[in-house]
Design a protein around this ligand. Structure first.
Ligand code: ZN
Length: 413
């Protein structure tokens, strides 16, 4: 198929090009390509956004407990409900999240949670792309650790069965997993050639506890665990010497600006990380702490909060790259770019939309003013999953009704 007459985000610029797609891949980009065509006139075509840190089924807890300190929020509200979760809840919570993501232009997400076989089903049915990890909470108990590894390997096998699901190991954090367990995960990741996704240095409190216990900063404590295949979510509190370690080890970062603001966790030193050529991607975190899965919202807020000291920080081009191309690199997938050889994950934006006009600088408009209702069509893996804002793969109305029922029943369970 040839996508004709659109404006395409290509090599960092917006240019008029045709895109040839064969199967699930972009095979050619050029002018006046011929063949069976899809007319994208008056459309802006971007690679789908990549959300590199989510807990998708937490959509069921959206708005359940807000405006609280992290500890109270977790201990009094989130954990007690999560302990009652069943596979079916995770399946519907995942579907709700997927609807929200597709409609706001996200085509791939990296998810750490439980019952990930159910999230895998939701991914397969909806047509979205997902990187799934069983969130391992070892709690310094080696028997529990073994069970978590067993479940992880089970999810790895499930993910390998489908082209749109891939797998990462997901040890939750250094405060819920022992160093020995993390090193075991590292060995497995090397053995199976997988990436690792982990939360580190989200709050000051967490950093202080690690310092008290081990007399080291978190990244120093994790030094021999860290590697180029490790993706760290948050990394809010970092010293200069820790940034040096991240650079030396080629560690990748998932920046979660909205969640960090909402829980008063702080602002990660992203301009500093970028100056050091550390790969920064963008994530929403779960909807109990965001409360949205709209990555365009995080994109704008990210670009703004890092301008507190310097308006030149994170310009529109760099910000968009963080939400697309860098996301692909963070997840080790050929996504986030419209180039030959990349997977055909594309979003089609209506250029007639008021929020994108006038067209002085479309990249700037996409980052700072675009309303996501302007995203009309979404293609994932070479197939349209949304056209004219209608999701083709799922019954949106029915799923929303069902999840509302499940969510209300869950908190009273
Ligand atoms: Zn998280």
């Amino acid at each position: 198929m040839i996508i004709k007459n659109g404006l395409v985000y290509y090599k960092g610029k917006i240019v008029k090009r045709d895109i040839e797609i064969e199967g699930n891949k972009i095979v050619k980009i050029g002018k006046n390509l011929e063949g069976e065509s899809y007319n994208a006139e008056k459309k802006l075509i971007l690679p789908g956004l990549v959300n590199t840190h989510t807990h998708l089924a937490m959509t069921l807890l959206r708005g359940y407990a807000d405006d609280l300190p992290l500890n109270e929020w977790l201990e009094k509200y989130i954990w007690p409900v999560e302990s009652k979760l069943k596979g079916k809840d995770v399946y519907y919570g995942s579907l709700l999240g997927i609807i929200e993501m597709i409609k706001s232009g996200t085509t791939c997400f990296n998810d750490m949670y439980f019952f990930m076989d159910k999230t895998a089903n939701a991914v397969m049915e909806s047509g979205i792309r997902g990187v799934l990890n069983h969130g391992c909470i070892e709690l310094f108990d080696s028997e529990k650790g073994e069970r978590e590894i067993k479940e992880s390997l089970k999810i790895m096998k499930i993910c390998e069965k489908n082209e749109r699901t891939s797998f990462m190991f997901g040890p939750h954090s250094p405060y819920t997993c022992s160093k020995g367990f993390l090193m075991k995960i590292k060995d497995l990741a090397n053995k199976y050639q997988k990436y690792i996704h982990i939360h580190v240095s989200e709050t000051k409190n967490e950093v202080e506890n690690i310092e008290k216990e081990y007399k080291m900063k978190p990244m120093e404590y994790l030094k021999d665990f860290l590697d180029k295949n490790v993706l760290i979510a948050h990394a809010v509190h970092l010293t200069k010497s820790e940034i040096k370690i991240l650079k030396e080890k080629n560690v990748k970062i998932s920046h979660n600006p909205v969640s960090n603001l909402k829980l008063s966790s702080g602002i990660a030193p992203i301009p500093e990380l970028l100056k050091n050529d550390i790969l920064v991607s963008l994530g929403t975190d779960g909807t109990a702490s965001n409360n949205s899965l709209n990555v365009f919202e995080d994109l704008k807020i990210m670009a703004l909060i890092h301008k507190l000291k310097d308006p030149k920080n994170l310009d529109a081009n760099e910000s968009l790259k963080i939400a697309t191309e860098n996301g692909g690199k963070a997840l080790n997938l050929k996504i986030g770019k419209i180039e030959e050889g990349y997977l055909a994950d594309l979003i089609f934006i209506d250029l007639k939309s008021a929020s994108l006009n006038p067209e002085h600088n479309l990249i700037s408009n996409v980052v700072y003013s675009m309303d996501t209702e302007s995203i009309k069509d979404v293609m994932i893996d070479g197939k349209f999953v949304m056209q004219n804002r209608k999701i083709l793969t799922l019954d949106e109305e029915k799923i929303i009704e069902k999840t509302d029922k499940i969510a209300k029943e869950l908190v009273n369970r």
